[in-house]
Design a protein around this ligand. Structure first.
Ligand SMILES: Cc1cc2nc3c(=O)[nH]c(=O)nc-3n(C[C@H](O)[C@H](O)[C@H](O)COP(=O)(O)OP(=O)(O)OC[C@H]3O[C@@H](n4cnc5c(N)ncnc54)[C@H](O)[C@@H]3O)c2cc1C
Length: 436
């Protein structure tokens, strides 16, 4: 631990402690972590004084202290209405923390050509393209650059890395590349509101009170996937275990045995798609019947597919395999009977919530909250689009605001496609700015 390193005092049970640990780790912040229940160092501290602190608390090298908010609330939904009252102190705490750690949290300018919300693969790719092409670019990232991809142990299907690349490495390189081209990237900063305005077209308000104006925007805030909590699943990510549907991986499992976890439409669509390649597809579904969670037409097609088996009332207990996934242990919920299922791949589709980064109320979303773009806007009805010209490919219902990555309706939930969409959005922004 270097001198000048902040110290965190925490207990494993302190609300917000795991998120704080992730925040520091993903942002590569050197720190000393003192577990007040287990660290011998804690025995030397004044127990009464620690007892009075709201943990986790961070002690900075200058002796100042930042305690946890009174009620830590993890952000899963945009801060609005009653929810905002509950969640805002936690968001402000994270921004304060980022600022005191010396991470960039305040925009240098008041106006930008492009403001990008979300610093995952889509947002960083947009930043690299925009900044390298001379557009003044601000990226707002509420947690850590890299997004979901940054947390992936190994990404094996991204172009140019034949032996795979860790998400952390990819995130760090993309971050560095965007900075090198001159993009400004704020960290630990949430978009509070974004709304259209005359002249400047869009005003973005940040959780720390900063306000910027933008000529155009890219929304790339991604989706929170629900994780499958079973031993072995995390370790085999990318080595047979995948989150999200399987448009490209299906080819890899031609003639093999695969499993899909989940009982909603996305899981049904993935199973049908996989059935076109795999020898057998087993759907592992916690509920008692598919019909209660899936559209009728999908249930019918699944029931008549000769190579799809559906195991309702069943859950995954363990994923096993030497270096790749080889089998799953599943358990029937009613009888608790366990059995083993050969599986070369497991696709997890148990739901996720799109983040909307202040878009609710002024950008068109579908029933599940995904943002609708391009020609699909017109298909949903003329009221969704205000101009004579047609919307550009990734354009939202607000001209000049483009959507990239997982949050876009119909997007393919993969790093490569998010990167592609982020770069494409900037080409479309050039087209938009040339006409405005
Ligand atoms: C466990 C796991 C493993 C995966 N493995 C692979 C793989 O091996 N190969 C592959 O191709 N794909 C993989 N994927 C899918 C891939 O990670 C995603 O498709 C990709 O990250 C989507 O990129 P994105 O930029 O759209 O969104 P994200 O990566 O989700 O990034 C969005 C970013 O926006 C930020 N944000 C959200 N809301 C706000 C806000 N209001 N203000 C500011 N910032 C905000 C978030 O903090 C996040 O950093 C995996 C996904 C998961 C969950």
């Amino acid at each position: 631990v270097l001198p000048g390193t902040p110290t965190v005092l925490a207990r494993p049970s302190s609300p917000g402690a795991p998120q704080l640990h992730r925040f520091l780790t993903l942002n590569a912040v050197e720190h000393r972590w003192v577990d007040c229940d287990a660290d011998p160092l804690a025995g030397l501290l004044d127990a009464e004084q620690i007892g009075r602190l709201r943990l986790p608390a961070v002690v900075f090298p200058d002796g100042s202290l930042l305690e946890a908010p009174e009620h830590y609330v993890e952000v899963t939904k945009p801060p609005k209405g009653k929810h905002a009252e509950a969640v805002l102190p936690s968001l402000r705490w994270r921004t304060d923390l980022a600022e005191r750690l010396g991470l960039p949290t305040r925009p240098r300018d008041a106006r930008y050509d492009v403001v990008v919300a979300g610093g995952g693969p889509a947002g960083l790719a947009a930043a690299v393209s925009a900044a390298s092409e001379g557009l003044s670019t601000l990226v707002l990232e509420r947690f850590a650059p890299g997004g979901q991809a940054g947390t992936s142990a190994k990404i094996e299907n991204y172009l140019g890395f034949p032996r795979g690349v860790s998400g952390a490495e990819l995130a760090a390189s993309a971050h560095e590349q965007a900075l090198r081209f001159g993009a400004e990237i704020l960290v630990g900063v949430e978009v509070l509101h974004a709304h259209p305005a005359e002249g400047d077209r869009m005003v973005v308000e940040l959780v720390n009170g900063s306000v910027v104006a933008a000529r155009s925007g890219v929304l790339a805030p991604g989706v929170s996937y629900r994780r499958l909590e079973a031993p072995g699943v995390h370790e085999l990510l990318g080595a047979g275990v995948y989150y999200g549907s399987a448009p490209t991986e299906a080819l890899l499992y031609r003639g093999r045995e695969v499993a899909v976890v989940g009982g909603a439409n996305s899981a049904g669509q993935a199973a049908l798609h996989l059935a076109g390649y795999a020898r057998s597809v087993t759907m592992v579904v916690r509920g008692e019947a598919l019909a209660s969670t899936m559209s009728h037409y999908l249930v019918e097609r699944i029931e008549t597919a000769p190579n799809i088996a559906v195991r309702t009332g069943t859950e995954v207990v363990r994923a096993e395999g030497e270096r790749r996934l080889e089998r799953l242990v599943v358990r029937e919920r009613e009888t608790a009977e366990e059995s083993t299922l050969p599986a070369h791949a497991l696709f997890v589709l148990i739901g996720g919530e799109p983040h909307t980064a202040g878009a609710e109320g002024w950008l068109q979303r579908d029933a599940r909250g995904f943002l609708v773009t391009g020609p699909e806007l017109l298909r949903e009805g003329p009221a969704n689009w205000p101009l004579q010209r047609d919307p550009l490919l990734l354009e939202s219902s607000r001209p000049g605001v483009f959507i990239a990555g997982d949050v876009r309706r119909g997007s393919i939930k993969r790093v490569a496609s998010a990167v592609g969409e982020g770069s494409m959005a900037v080409q479309l922004i050039h087209q938009y700015l040339a006409e405005n």
